[in-house]
Ligand binder design. Structure first.
Ligand SMILES: [Fe+2]
Ligand SMILES: [Fe+2]
Length: 150
């Protein structure tokens, strides 16, 4: 069965592709695809994944930094959301978002996931994957039916 790490890593790759696409075409439609992917991803991590790790010595500091990095990305996303794609700052802001996300993903994959693998059992990592899938399903259903996502 797949683990939470595999699911989150696959989404990181999808976001990297979407960022590249948005930077090359400069369109708001492409930007919106990034937000639709990163919103539930960050929310799911904060709701299901980080809470089981932040009590662990050796992960506490990393997780508290991860929350800050999420907040930084969310603030940038909100800022870009409010901009017009013809704004001359558009590409610069998207680049800033890319740097912020690249850095965070690097921290997650090389430090947080690495240590989490030593702390969480294989069963727990599979169970978290199922919970994450459930959470995302509910999230996407609410978005599609026009309800608030959480
Ligand atoms: Fe992530
Ligand atoms: Fe994250």
């Amino acid at each position: 069965m797949e683990t939470i790490y595999e699911i989150l890593e696959a989404e990181h790759d999808q976001v990297a592709d979407l960022l590249r696409q948005a930077l090359s075409d400069g369109s708001k439609v492409s930007f919106t695809k990034i937000r639709l992917k990163t919103d539930p991803h960050m929310m799911g991590e904060e709701k299901l994944f980080y809470p089981v790790l932040e009590g662990e010595e050796g992960l506490r500091e990393l997780i508290s930094r991860a929350y800050k990095e999420h907040n930084e990305a969310k603030a940038l996303i909100a800022e870009i959301e409010g901009m017009d794609e013809r704004n001359e700052e558009w590409i610069a802001k998207l680049n800033e978002l890319k740097q912020s996300i690249d850095h965070h993903v690097e921290e997650e994959e090389s430090k947080i996931f690495e240590r989490a693998r030593n702390v969480l059992s294989q069963e727990k990592a599979e169970e978290l994957a199922q919970e994450y899938i459930e959470f995302k399903r509910g999230y996407m259903n609410r978005v599609e039916t026009g309800k608030p996502p959480v």
